[in-house]
Design a binder for this molecule. Structure first.
Ligand code: NG6
Ligand code: CA
Length: 508
């Protein structure tokens, strides 16, 4: 009997610390998941508020984005910082308003790096907290010093502003150079066929969209009549680099595979992946397996393609067991546009679809559809499915994520709203400055103030109302989401209050 007691005593003594250990480890890993989850930004290009079916306004079907929207926080008042790309990306990564930086405009492919290498960025902040950081996809934040030799190592670029890994296109799909750049080096560059890029003049003897329409498989409507690559006329002139040129129809797969590889390679450490999809920006070039899938022509097809890519990315996270340990934020850099410079049936085949949803305007516009975009946060097991009407801007991700990972880093413009991002509070921003091609407007509560701006009311090339008017515009989104009733005259006190609030932030 004594022996038996001794045996049980030893057994218990042996098991007790073991159990405690297990408990510790479990606690630690949950804690680790709660404080250092992987973070993925899925950032679409020109995807409109109404392009995501979970927003229940358009005619497209985006089941994979819907899975995130319906399983996480679906923001109905989520904003890009600008109605165009480079400024929005600048704000997303730096947590600073783009209008504070006069260079934050749509950049040519030869523009110098827009982010100061001394500036704080989301990837830098996360790296300081032990994250590995990567960017795959559209960059469009400038590279080098503005005198880039594309045949040498290209720096500074993403790797100098916080990313440990980068696989990017320099600018946009419609701008040269039409090559991928991995960690600062052009992929598949043949030294015997050097790349030259110029945005002012053509290289003698090189065909252009303007002079050689017979070489085009996609016709240009406005702009986009310079160098021809893969039968598509582009913005800017490029010579050489044939072996390095991307195949437009493969771009989605190329970026997806890089993003998946990145996840698999860094699954053992906390990672931050900025997955910047090129869709549905022009030129819209769906892979053949997506052609015709939307019934809306190439614009709809590339959105279906992008949605598929997102589904594949989620499958990778699932296969690697990372879903409960990964916070995903999905959004778009600016609102939608149909004809953005090519004849691609976006207008003709739109049918009843409404990329802008119930909002006025679109890309380039100071009206709501310019900047109010799909905005979703998803974290399996940590975020409850919620629809949030809180006002949140992409600029707020910096401080909110810093709070999440225990970093003290903050910027003047980024508001810490982690509980809003997690769907635990609806207490969003009180004030937000909206930007569109260097013009700015104010949202405060449900009110929008658009100061007078010169320039056309409508950009006729793209057929979008820009928000320009001779007088102040004042809208109340609560009763007038479509911004049809200018209340500037009817509500002079409100107008003055809004002007004062606008000036207080803008300092003008
Ligand atoms: C505009 C282009 C447009 C698009 C945009 C940038 C012309 C006429 N239009 O200048 O096609 O490339 O720049 O889009 O060239 S963004 O989403 O990257 O901001
Ligand atoms: Ca864009």
């Amino acid at each position: 009997t004594k022996l038996l007691y001794l045996f049980f005593f030893l057994l218990i003594a042996f098991l007790t610390p073991a159990c405690d250990n297990t408990a510790d480890t479990e606690e630690e890993s949950t804690e680790q998941a709660a404080t250092s989850p992987n973070i993925i930004f899925i950032y679409a290009d020109d995807l409109g508020y109404g392009d995501v079916s979970a927003y229940e306004v358009g005619q497209l079907s985006t089941p994979n984005i819907d899975r995130l929207a319906n399983g996480g926080v679906k923001f109905t008042n989520g904003y890009a910082s600008s109605a165009t790309c480079s400024p929005s990306r600048y704000a997303l990564l730096t947590g600073s308003y783009p209008w504070r930086n006069p260079r934050a405009k749509i950049l040519p492919g030869t523009a110098p790096l827009l982010i100061d290498t001394a500036q704080m960025t989301v990837p830098k902040m996360l790296r300081a907290q032990g994250y590995h950081t990567g960017v795959v996809g559209k960059w469009h934040l400038g590279l080098g010093d503005g005198n880039t030799d594309w045949n040498q190592h290209i720096a500074p670029g993403p790797n100098e502003v916080g990313f440990d890994y980068s696989y990017i296109m320099a600018a946009t799909q419609d701008r040269v150079p039409t090559v991928y750049i991995e960690d600062g080096d052009v992929v598949r560059l043949d030294p015997n066929d050097p790349i030259e890029v110029d945005y002012r003049q053509n290289f003698p003897g090189e065909p252009t969209g303007k002079d050689n329409p017979e070489m085009l498989k996609m016709k240009w409507h406005h702009g986009h009549n310079s160098s021809i690559v893969n039968g598509i006329p582009r913005i800017g002139f490029m010579k050489g680099g044939d072996a390095a040129k991307w195949v437009d129809e493969n771009m989605a797969d190329t970026f997806l595979v890089r993003a998946q590889d990145y996840i698999r390679m860094h699954k053992e450490e906390p990672f931050f992946l900025y997955y910047a999809l090129q869709q549905p920006h022009v030129p819209r070039t769906p892979h053949p397996r997506f052609v015709g899938k939307s019934g809306m022509g190439p614009r709809g097809d590339v959105i279906v393609e992008a949605d598929w890519c997102i589904g594949e990315l989620l499958k990778t996270l699932e296969a690697e067991g990372l879903m409960e340990n990964t916070l995903i934020v999905l959004s778009s850099d600016n609102g939608p546009v149909l004809n953005d410079g090519y004849y691609d049936d976006a207008v003709e085949k739109l049918g009843d679809h409404t990329p802008w949803g119930p909002l006025r305007g679109g890309k380039y516009s100071l009206f709501e559809a310019g900047t109010r975009v799909p905005f979703i946060s998803y974290w399996q097991g940590h975020i409850e499915p919620t629809v949030s009407d809180a006002v949140i801007s992409q600029i707020d991700l910096f401080a909110s994520l810093a709070e999440l990972v225990g970093s003290d880093a903050r910027t003047d413009d980024s508001e810490e709203m982690l509980d809003v991002l997690m769907g635990e509070s609806q207490d969003g921003r009180d004030e937000l400055i909206l930007e569109a091609t260097t013009r700015t407007a104010l949202r405060k509560g449900d009110w929008i103030l658009i100061p007078p701006y010169q320039g056309p009311a409508v950009n006729k090339s793209v057929n979008i109302e820009l928000g320009n008017a001779e007088d102040f515009q004042l809208y109340n989104l609560k009763d007038d989401l479509g911004q049809q009733k200018n209340l500037a005259e009817a509500q002079p006190e409100k107008l003055q209050e809004m002007i004062a609030a606008f000036q207080a932030i803008r300092g003008t």
